[in-house]
Design a binder for this molecule. Structure first.
Ligand code: AMP
Ligand code: MG
Length: 409
C-alpha cells in the first residue's frame, strides 16, 4: 500500500488545516446542544437573599425551645411575608411572621418552623393572630442563605461545555438572556451517479435511491453541524462542476461529496477538484473506503468520500467527524473502548473498521461482526454498536484478542 496514507497520519494532516469556528451570540432558549464559547461567571449570589425553604413561620429559634405537641409554645404573629414581597416588620422575641417558600427572611429571626409543626393553616387567607409551635427548631433551620448555592464571581460553566437543560437553567437563574456559542459548521453534501434516484422518484431498473446524502446529512447534524443536501449530480464533468460551484455559492465551512472517487470511467471528482481547487491527498489506507480524497475548493475543506454506503459512513466517522468536532469546539475523546473479539475475524492488511455489536460478558465487552462486512451492506451499520479497529498488516483476529472499538452510539 505504498501509494496510500496511514489513517492517523492523514487525520493529523487534515486536523492541522481545520480551524475552530468563531463564536456567535444566541438567546439561551436557542442554545440547547450548542457549545458554549465563553465562561459563565456568576454576576449574582444564588440565592440572591436569605429565604425560606418552607411554608411556615419565621421565629427566633430560642422561642421554640422545649415546644412539643403536649406543651406547645404560643407566639404572636406580627406579619405575613409572601414570596416576592419585603416585610419591614422586625420580629422580636415572642413573635413570629407567617412566611411562604422563597420569601425574604424578615429581620430579627434566625429559623423557620414548617407549618406542619404548628397549628397554622395555610389554606386560610387571613393572617392568624397567634401560632402554636409543636416542636423546636435549631438556628438556621429551613433558611437558604444568600450565596450558598453560587456566589458572585464564581466560574459556573466553562467555555467548551455542550449546553443541556441544566446549563440553560443556571444561565436563566443568573439572568443571562444571551450567550456566546461556537458557530455550527455549515456543510454542503454533494454526490454523483447516473444510477441515483431522488426519494420522490419511482423505483426503476438499474437505479438505486440516493441514501448517502441523507446518511451524511444526519451524521453532520449528530456532530453539531448544519447540513445542506444537494441532489446527486449526473456522471458528467459539467454536472459535477456545476454542483461544486453551487455548493461554493452557499459559503459553507466544509463540502462533503460521496462517490466518483475511484478510477472508474465515470469517476470525475478528482479531475474537477484539481480544476477548481487542489487535492491534498488521495488514498488512505483503510477498509472499507480506500478511495478517499481530501483537498480544498476555493479554500474550503473538501472531503471526497467513497460511494459505497458503508464506506461513506465509516470514512465519515473516522476522518470527517473529528474534523467537524474540532471546528465546532467539541471534544472527540472518550469515544473508544476496548473489547475482545467474540469470534475470528479477517482483514486484508489495511486498517479495518469492522462493524461490530457489543455484548457485556464477565466485566468486559465482547465484539461480534454484524453479518456481511461488504461495503454496500447497509445492515452492517444499522446493527453496529461500534467499529472494531484491526491494525494495519494484521490479517487475522483470533477469538479472545483485545482490540479498540470506536463507539457509534
Ligand atoms: P462510485 O464511487 O461512484 O463508484 O460508487 C460506488 C458504489 O456506491 C456504487 O455501487 C454506487 O451505486 C454506490 N453509491 C454511490 N453514490 C451513492 C449514494 N449517494 N447513495 C447510495 N449509494 C451510492
Ligand atoms: Mg458512481
Amino acid at each position: 500500500m505504498a501509494d496510500s496514507l496511514n489513517v492517523d497520519e492523514a487525520l493529523a494532516r487534515i486536523l492541522e488545516q481545520i480551524n475552530l469556528l468563531p463564536a456567535e451570540t444566541v438567546a439561551i432558549e436557542d442554545s440547547l446542544g450548542r457549545v458554549l464559547a465563553e465562561d459563565i461567571i456568576s454576576s449574582l449570589d444564588l440565592p440572591p437573599f436569605d429565604n425560606s425553604s418552607m411554608d411556615g413561620f419565621a421565629i427566633l429559634s430560642e422561642d421554640s425551645k422545649g415546644a412539643s405537641k403536649e406543651f406547645p409554645v404560643r407566639l404572636r404573629v406580627a406579619s405575613d411575608v409572601l414570596a416576592g414581597s419585603i416585610s419591614t416588620t422586625v420580629i422580636k422575641a415572642g413573635q413570629a411572621a407567617r412566611i411562604m417558600t422563597g420569601a425574604v427572611i424578615p429581620e430579627g429571626v434566625d429559623a423557620i418552623i414548617p407549618v406542619e409543626d404548628t397549628d397554622g393553616d395555610f389554606r386560610l387567607q387571613e393572617t392568624p393572630s397567634h401560632v402554636s409551635l409543636y416542636s423546636s427548631v435549631p438556628v438556621g433551620a429551613y433558611i437558604r442563605k444568600r450565596g450558598e448555592n453560587i456566589s458572585k464571581g464564581q466560574l459556573v460553566i466553562k467555555a467548551g461545555t455542550v449546553i443541556r437543560s441544566a446549563e440553560i437553567a443556571i444561565m436563566a437563574s443568573l439572568g443571562n438572556a444571551k450567550i456566546a456559542v461556537r458557530k455550527q459548521p455549515k456543510v454542503v453534501i454533494v454526490g454523483s451517479g447516473d444510477e441515483l434516484l431522488e426519494l420522490h422518484e419511482a423505483p426503476a431498473h438499474g437505479k438505486i435511491y440516493d441514501s448517502n446524502a441523507y446518511a451524511l446529512a444526519a451524521m453532520v447534524e449528530e456532530d453539531g453541524g448544519v447540513a445542506l443536501r444537494f441532489p446527486a449530480a449526473k456522471d458528467h464533468p459539467d454536472a459535477l462542476r456545476e454542483s461544486y460551484q453551487a455548493a461554493l455559492a452557499e459559503k459553507p465551512d466544509v463540502i462533503i461529496s460521496s462517490a466518483g472517487v475511484s478510477v472508474g470511467a465515470a469517476d470525475y471528482v478528482r479531475g474537477i477538484l484539481n480544476e477548481l481547487g487542489e487535492i491534498g491527498f488521495w488514498r488512505i489506507n483503510l477498509r472499507p473506503g480506500k478511495p478517499l480524497a481530501y483537498g480544498h475548493l476555493a479554500g474550503i475543506p473538501f472531503f471526497g468520500l467513497p460511494g459505497n454506503p458503508v464506506s461513506a459512513m465509516v470514512t465519515y466517522t473516522v476522518i470527517v467527524r473529528p474534523s467537524l468536532l474540532k471546528m465546532g469546539g467539541r471534544s472527540s475523546s472518550s469515544r473508544t473502548i476496548e473489547a475482545v473479539a467474540g469470534e475470528r475475524m479477517v482483514s486484508d492488511g489495511r486498517r479495518t473498521y469492522a462493524r461490530v455489536r457489543l455484548e457485556a460478558k464477565d466485566g468486559q465487552w465482547v465484539a461480534y461482526e454484524t453479518g456481511s462486512q461488504s461495503s454496500g451492506a447497509h445492515l452492517s451499520m444499522l446493527l453496529a454498536d461500534g467499529l472494531l479497529i484491526i491494525p494495519e498488516e494484521q490479517k487475522i483476529v483470533d477469538k479472545g484478542e483485545k482490540l479498540p472499538v470506536l463507539l457509534l452510539r
